[in-house]
Design a protein around this ligand. Structure first.
Ligand code: SF4
Ligand code: SF4
Length: 454
């Protein structure tokens, strides 16, 4: 019997109806290699598995609000009829008090009016993978022939927009776009009119021996600039984002957002950070423990996490045992607890621990300065980012505690800018972070006192 008292409250499940199969061949996609796990298989979720999945999910969820989440590979390869059957399953198994919402993550290249009508009718939240303007997107998001996919994705985006579908832009951060944070953000906000966006760092460990050693971050302690971490044996691919670069990417976008977009553009990393400042952990990667975001393969196999679809992390199959039993199993609870138990001492004394918690264990493969293993590859970036946003985050958290709106932080940011500009010399770097001299940026006109765009 499942010990439902041990079920994580409102756990998440990502179902992959077509397994790792995709019509594209994005260079950084970690799912493509997962095809090998089910080599020779059909990579199509059967109606039997679909029904068992939906029934189990609705039975096991202790909450009234349940999300049915689809991803891949490319889930639209299953065809629209499959998703119509999924809606019928939900209606068949839903408790009267349950409200079910639907999400799907897609590369957008196969969408047409029929898909978009369906999404509108059933109020799907569609996650669309876009990595920025065309050159940045096409750097790695390519089709099987190696050609960029930007134009196909934009056709999908136009259809979604024309049908009024709610879209969340999912942007991976890598070597081709990490140096252009504001350009990427403005592109999503101003060209794609995105109200929701997520930035996911690409971190690929490399087994190639001749790759150059990667600089993971720098310390300025005592005024000296020196590498922050032991580099031995740590290798990532060239297209991976560098730790410090990722931190600066988020910082630059935050600086633009906090001045003009709070309350109208939702960036997952900022929302999650605000939760941490309020003492809530809204995403597994920044929580002390994890294990409540599982993955279901096309054949009904359940895995501890989408990033651990590997034999050692297989919990069982939903055709053979109840979902609740596997989610609340000792194996899964241990998986989640390990996130905390394996945290290095270095993290335990970190001033931004409450906002980071060592991030995701999959990225914990470097050493701390004193040689302890298990530090997160992105640590240098997270330290920079969380330190940089600490003051405005505290302001927003206090506003919310007083029952006021977080968007009032923009008034605070404008006042802070005004004070900073008043202290800045004409030949100093502009405090807005543009890299230009103050006199050629916000100091160009003495009347300019606020706003990021000079
Ligand atoms: S392993 Fe990482 S992505 Fe998976 S549940 Fe834990 S923190 Fe989340
Ligand atoms: S910022 Fe670095 S040291 Fe601090 S909790 Fe995160 S990974 Fe650990």
């Amino acid at each position: 019997m499942a010990d439902t008292a041990r079920l994580p409250y409102g756990f998440h499940l990502l179902a992959k109806p077509a397994g790792a199969i995709c019509n594209l061949d994005c260079k950084y996609c970690f799912f493509l290699s997962k095809e090998e796990l089910y080599a020779g298989g059909s990579f199509r979720m059967s109606d039997e598995v679909l029904d068992a999945y939906i029934r189990n999910l609705l039975e096991a969820q202790p909450t009234q609000e349940v999300v049915v989440a689809w991803q891949g590979g490319e889930p639209t390869l299953m065809g629209l009829e499959f998703f119509e059957r999924s809606i019928a399953c939900v209606e068949r198994h839903r408790r009267p008090d349950q409200q079910v919402s639907h999400t799907i993550q897609t590369n957008g290249t196969r969408l047409d009016d029929a898909w978009c009508d369906f999404f509108t009718k059933h109020r799907f939240l569609v996650g669309l993978s876009v990595d920025g303007p065309q050159a940045m997107h096409d750097a790695y998001r390519v089709n099987k022939g190696g050609a960029g996919t930007f134009e196909q994705v934009m056709r999908g985006w136009e259809l979604l927009r024309a049908h009024g579908v709610e879209v969340n832009i999912l942007c991976t951060v890598h070597a081709a776009n990490a140096g252009h944070p504001v350009e990427v953000y403005r592109y999503f906000r101003d060209e794609l009119y995105a109200g929701f966006m997520q930035f996911i760092p690409i971190v690929e460990r490399s087994t190639t021996e001749d790759l150059p050693t990667v600089n993971l971050g720098w310390s300025r302690r005592a005024g000296a600039r020196r590498p922050l971490y032991t580099q031995s044996g740590t290798r990532v691919t060239e297209r991976s984002v560098r730790a410090e670069q990722y931190g600066r990417f988020l910082m630059a976008i935050f600086d633009e957002w906090v001045r003009r977009d709070v309350g109208r553009v939702f960036v997952q990393a900022f929302d999650v950070a605000l939760g941490s400042w309020l003492g809530r952990h809204n995403l597994c990667i920044v929580s002390p423990t994890c294990g409540n975001a599982l993955a279901l393969e096309h054949n009904g196999d359940l895995y501890a996490c989408d990033h651990y679809v590997e034999p050692a992390y297989r919990l069982g199959n939903i055709l053979e045992q109840p979902l609740a039993k596997m989610v609340a199993s000792d194996q899964q609870l241990r998986f989640g607890q390990d996130k905390l138990d394996t945290l290095p001492q270095y993290c335990r004394s970190c001033e931004v621990l409450f906002a980071c918690y060592g991030e995701c264990p999959r990225n914990r493969f470097i050493e701390t300065p004193n040689g302890e293993p298990g530090l997160n590859y992105l640590c240098a970036g997270y330290r920079l980012f969380f330190t940089h946003i600490a003051e405005p985050m505290s302001v927003m958290a206090n506003l919310l505690r007083q029952g006021r709106h977080a968007a009032e932080v923009m008034v605070w940011a404008a006042e802070r800018d005004k004070a900073q500009y008043a202290r800045t010399g004409r030949n100093d770097p502009c405090p807005c972070g543009s890299g230009r001299k103050f006199k050629r940026c916000h100091g160009r006109d003495a009347s300019v006192t606020t706003g990021i765009a000079p």
